[in-house]
Design a protein around this ligand. Structure first.
Ligand code: ADP
Ligand code: ZN
Length: 729
């Protein structure tokens, strides 16, 4: 048994956030130290943060061992959290210090609570206004009575701190002391519940019972968009609150969560804690600490909220569980959905995975009896799923350089005439995906990546969607120097907007693409306006597929339904199916019945047919059959190993050596494929090569991978990244 408390002078082993491959021994400080305590320890000349992980070894000269400097004033890390971090590290083959960094991403988390200076709107307005002053006051006005730190105000307003200080002198901004890290106001589980439909009531009852059991379990909550899944899982949250345990709701694309927070407030009377990149650093610290001491009952957050130090986590909801943004693609590569299940199983917590189009992984887990399944079969109220049909593009008379078929255009005109909205969907940002020289055939590419530059006409620049590099649109071909021969090829959302303006001259047209708005806030405001009817025709990318309600929208036209089916990626069919269903689900939510049309050159393709038939089970069964036959996830295990270096010879040599020395993998019956250029072969000047490892479901893949990778020394610029369950394979 590990002791819970160490007396002064006893040796403790500390896990730090520094990239070391072992724990470090220290002496417990005056007053002793608790197991799991967050501490500050000396490391060489520096002070670093760490967590007391167990008793020290002390198998060397004790007199050389230094003392813990101080224990931080936060609740010690609980045993469940420590085992969660080690198991997650084992699963993702991530070093422990990197896991600890994920779990401590709150700025200044060890600073004493005390007081801090905050700023709020003052009583008087300055006589002389400047643009900078206007910006500062606008921030306060937007957030009503809220107060912020000096740095936050300056950052949000986009001005220097001196502008704010100047306004304090003039009395337009008030400076005051406020206590740090106050508890979140209590939520009332019985405030504002809705009358549920019989379908919803049954689902809510099942989930409430599961939460009351106080044990681990996972439920897949399925139902088309608008079927009331959110209402149902909020009932599970309510039950969790009644039990005095904490709940977490994970959302993808957290930038769009404003609407969701309002709903939570309407349901529970108060706003929950929020955790995502858009939250101020003060608020992050407060959230982290309050979660740890049990003074935040509900957190709504992005995937990394899963690493908050909950005191007693009773329920985690993963909304839109199929969403690819749950997979973290740099740093620690983890899938928040899978890690949620791991964490919940260690905490005796329930998991609800909600989706209109669940991932094949979750579906397979239901099939295998590991997850329970709850279906909401109808849409709430009178709304029904839109009628779906294909437009066979082979039969449409459409000149080159145009993308909206006459049939679709007529449909749009119809809706405009009725005062309803139509959405034209294309999953491509920018004006055109390719810029081609008509004289020599040259395509403009990124200088640092193996990717084409995409024209963004609003910005008047070319942009690389891999690395974000932009350059001005050239007037002569960089290859043959021909003048004025560069032309756009293929459609992007901006180009489609141009076409729509010609086709529907009387319509108000709005473009929704994530790159067109300065801030998440601006984007959110814009979406809300459009939803209220500020546009007749919406031109949108993937962004519109996610979560927002457009009550007036009754026609969705998918410009290129074949787009996702072309890749060699084995998940392509699943992605296309999900995306098309989600987009179609935007139509006809409330009063008016909706219609969704898919423009396709291959209406006989099985995926297109399954989408049109709305037959999810048929799609799942067909897709599961193919994956099973190929032995790939979720019926087999895979890992991607990406090697990268600025020197292409070096990466290929290492890749070849790894493929040859595959003993540890062969011993578990796994196969290695590659090396081959990674899906993106060059990023920011680094060459990337990928090996794929495939194993049986039951094989001990991680241990074999660790042994295999461990055989190779990484010199110079070489980097290895192991990606368990890669998104594309
Ligand atoms: P989903 O999460 O499945 O997309 P929602 O829970 O968001 O569905 O429900 C869709 C819409 O219907 C929302 O505006 C929601 O407030 C409303 N709604 C759902 N169930 C009820 C109910 N029982 N009573 C009143 N409104 C409801
Ligand atoms: Zn690039």
């Amino acid at each position: 048994m590990t002791p819970e408390h160490f007396e002064q002078g006893q040796l403790v082993a500390v896990l730090t956030t520094q990239p070391l491959d072992r724990l470090l021994d220290y002496k417990a400080p005056e007053g002793g130290v608790w197991l799991g305590a967050y501490v500050e320890v000396p490391l060489g000349p520096r002070k670093v943060m760490g967590v007391v992980w167990g008793p020290g070894k002390g198998d060397y000269d004790h007199s050389k061992i230094r003392s813990v400097i101080r224990t931080l004033d936060v609740a010690p890390m609980r045993q469940e959290m420590r085992s969660f971090l080690s198991k997650a590290a084992d699963y993702t083959l991530t070093p422990m210090p990197a896991m600890l960094r994920l779990a401590t991403r709150a700025p200044g988390l060890g600073d004493p609570p005390g007081k801090r200076l905050v700023y709020r709107l003052g009583p008087s307005r300055p006589d002389r206004m400047t643009a900078a002053r206007e910006k500062v006051l606008a921030v306060f006005e937007e957030y009503g009575g809220l107060s912020f730190t000096l740095g936050e105000v300056a950052e949000m307003a986009g001005v220097g701190t001196s502008v704010v200080k100047g306004l304090v002198k003039l009395g337009a901004v008030a400076e005051e002391e406020a206590p740090r890290d106050t508890p979140y106001p209590p939520l009332d589980p019985d405030h504002g519940g809705k009358d549920l439909t019989p379908d919803q009531a049954k689902g809510a009852m099942v989930l409430r019972e599961a939460v009351r059991s106080g044990t681990y379990g996972t439920t897949l909550l399925r139902g088309v968009t608008g079927s009331g899944k959110t209402e149902v899982y909020l009932e599970a949250v309510a039950e969790c609150l009644r039990m005095g345990r904490q709940a977490l709701v994970l959302l993808p694309e957290i930038a769009l969560s404003g609407e969701f927070i309002d709903r939570v407030e309407a349901r529970f009377g108060m706003r929950p804690a929020e955790w995502h990149s858009g939250v101020t650093s003060t608020e992050r610290r407060r959230c982290w600490r309050m979660v740890g001491q049990g003074d935040a009952q509900l957190v709504v957050g992005a995937r990394s909220a899963l690493f908050l130090p909950f005191r007693d986590l009773g329920l985690v909801v993963v909304d839109e569980e199929h969403d690819t943004s749950y997979k973290q693609e740099d740093g620690v590569l983890y899938n928040a959905r899978d890690m949620t299940v791991l964490r919940a199983s260690l905490n005796g917590a329930q998991v609800v995975l909600a989706s209109a189009t669940p991932s094949l992984e979750s579906w397979a887990n239901v099939e295998a009896g590991k997850y329970a399944r709850l279906d909401l079969t109808s849409r709430f109220g009178a709304a029904v799923m839109p009628k779906m049909r294909a437009i066979d593009m082979r039969a449409e008379d459409l000149p080159g350089g145009q993308w909206v078929s006459p049939t679709l255009a007529n449909g749009v005109r119809d809706r405009i005439a009725k005062g309803e909205q139509a959405l034209l969907f294309i999953n491509r940002r920018g004006y055109a995906p390719v810029t081609l020289c008509r004289a020599c055939g040259h395509q403009i590419g990124c200088d640092h990546c193996d990717a084409r530059m995409v024209e963004h006409r609003f910005l008047k620049r070319l942009m690389c969607h891999q690395c974000g590099e932009t350059k001005p649109m050239p007037t002569v071909c960089p290859h043959c120097e021909a003048e004025d021969r560069l032309s756009p090829v293929g459609p992007g959302v901006e180009r489609l907007a141009e076409e729509a303006a010609v086709l529907f001259p009387e319509a108000r047209i709005a473009v929704l693409s994530s790159d067109l708005y300065g801030s998440a806030r601006a984007l959110k405001a814009h979406i809300a306006e459009i939803a209220e009817g500020a546009a007749d025709v919406i031109i949108g990318t993937q962004l519109v597929a996610k979560g927002h309600n457009f009550p007036k929208l009754t026609l969705v036209g998918v410009i290129d339904a074949d787009l996702g089916l072309q890749g060699s990626d084995l998940r392509a069919a699943e992605r296309t199916f999900q995306l098309m269903r989600q987009v179609a689900g935007r139509a006809g939510r409330a009063e008016a019945p909706g219609e969704a049309v898919l423009q396709t050159f291959q209406p006989e393709h099985p995926v297109i047919r399954a989408i049109l038939a709305g037959d999810e089970e048929a799609f799942w069964n067909a897709e599961a059959g193919e994956r099973r036959a190929a032995g790939v996830p979720p019926y087999g295990r895979m890992a991607g190993i990406v090697l990268s270096s600025t020197n292409s010879q070096e990466v290929f040599d290492l890749g070849a050596a790894m493929a040859r020395q595959d003993g540890p993998l062969r011993r578990i019956g796994a196969q290695v494929y590659g090396p081959a250029p990674a899906p993106i072969a060059r990023v920011r000047g680094r060459h990337r090569v990928r090996l794929l490892v495939k194993a049986e479901k039951s094989a001990p893949l991680q241990a074999a991978l660790a042994e295999w990778v461990g055989q190779f020394r990484l010199r110079g610029e070489l980097r290895i990244q192991v990606d368990i369950d890669p998104q594309s394979f």
